[in-house]
Design a protein around this ligand. Structure first.
Ligand SMILES: Cc1ncc(COP(=O)(O)O)c(C=O)c1O
Length: 362
């Protein structure tokens, strides 16, 4: 760790790889000899074309996407996708299935229903406060798509395997686990992810859409809410969030060239999560909140014996250089978000701190 930096466990915006931040710092005043900051170059310039095309090429390589897929960068966060997905994909008489695994899934369902779209919820884990991922789900074979949230940032649960929908394309909100593991994209029709957790800063949302899904997009939607607008112009219909896309490009380069790809990334991520969960499993003081088979590799949610101890834990952790450990305000408790950029040393430092804290307070 650099002397003046802390280990950052924020849920998003979240830690970025240090080499990426250093490269940004280096190119910030004079990008590639252009005499301008990367934040000052035109989105119509050759320099920016190279940045966005390289980012797209890296996404294609990492996820093994063939020509049947379109990669888009859209603003408005994952929250805008909650309305764009049904607006673009569900016409009159169409229906979609949405699995409800908590906060973000619930919001996606609400947005689709606000648009008067026919949405069915074939499974929900609300009965136990969303601490697990439902199984043996019966999907509607006539649904246009089946929506899931692959990782539930607030509840600390994650789909270990994607459900069998009987051929209905999955649409997944992957905001908090995109590029954290290799994926078979064959099951999917569309994937979206706000960049600010695993692949970059806030300000841009990655959307990966199967090209045949673009045929469903109705003409009469406003231009900025149509996937086809972004697809026709390589995400350059209007001014894109160029600095955010540049940072995404650098994080993808780091995943490919420094980490070695998604299999290696998954290995690192699994090692980080396993060391924390193993530690909880051997402790009477710290308690994980998610069912074991539904535990997230990205957001490790846990409780201490009481709320006073939790508040003290979060405060003292920060004083020891470990930030962002407070659970989401809707659920309380504690949460360590350990996305792609979080180094294993951060998790080791956290476990050391947890041991010391338990000794003092337990
Ligand atoms: C899984 C998931 N979906 C959606 C969102 C909302 O993303 P945004 O703030 O980019 O709209 C979040 C934010 O934390 C999230 O974790």
């Amino acid at each position: 760790m650099k002397a003046d930096r802390i280990y950052n466990f924020n849920p998003g915006p979240a830690a970025l790889p240090l080499p990426v931040l250093e490269e940004i710092q280096e190119s910030f005043l004079n990008y590639g000899g252009s005499g301008m900051s990367v934040a000052e170059i035109s989105h119509r310039s050759k320099e920016f074309d190279d940045i966005i095309n390289d980012a797209v090429a890296r996404i294609r390589r990492l996820l093994k996407l063939d020509d049947g897929w379109q990669v888009l960068f859209i603003q408005g966060g994952a929250s805008t996708q909650f309305c764009m997905v049904p607006m673009n994909l569900l016409g009159d008489g169409d229906t979609a299935d949405y699995v409800d695994t908590g906060t973000w899934s619930t919001k996606a369902i609400k947005e689709a229903r606000t648009l008067d779209k026919a949405v069915r919820v074939p499974a929900s884990s609300e009965d136990r406060n969303f601490c697990y991922i439902p199984s043996a789900i019966e999907f509607n074979p006539d649904a246009v798509y089946a929506h899931i949230t692959s990782n539930n940032t607030i509840k600390g649960t994650q789909w270990a395997e994607f459900p069998d929908t009987g051929g209905v394309p999955l649409v997944a909100d992957m905001s908090s686990d995109i590029m954290s593991r290799p994926m078979d994209m064959g099951k999917f029709g569309l994937v979206y992810a706000g960049a600010q957790k695993n692949i970059g800063p806030a300000g841009v949302c990655l959307v990966i859409i199967r090209k045949d899904m673009l045929d469903r997009v109705p003409d009469q939607l406003p231009s900025m809410l149509k996937y086809t607008t972004f697809a026709a112009k390589n995400s350059l219909y209007n001014t894109p969030p160029s600095f955010a896309i540049y940072t995404v490009q650098l994080v993808l380069k780091w995943i490919e060239e420094t980490i070695g790809g998604l299999e290696e990334m998954e290995g690192v991520n699994r090692r980080k999560a396993a060391s924390l969960y193993d530690f909880f499993d051997g402790s009477d003081f710290y308690r994980g909140t998610a069912d074991v088979d539904s535990r997230s590799v990205m957001n490790i949610t846990f409780r201490l014996p009481d709320e006073n101890l939790e508040a003290m834990f979060v405060k003292q952790a920060l004083e020891s250089g470990l930030g962002g450990l407070k659970g989401h305000r809707s659920v309380g408790g504690c949460r360590a978000s350990i996305y792609n950029p979080t180094p294993i040393e951060a998790v080791e430092a956290l476990i050391d701190f947890m041991k010391t804290f338990e000794k003092q307070a337990g």
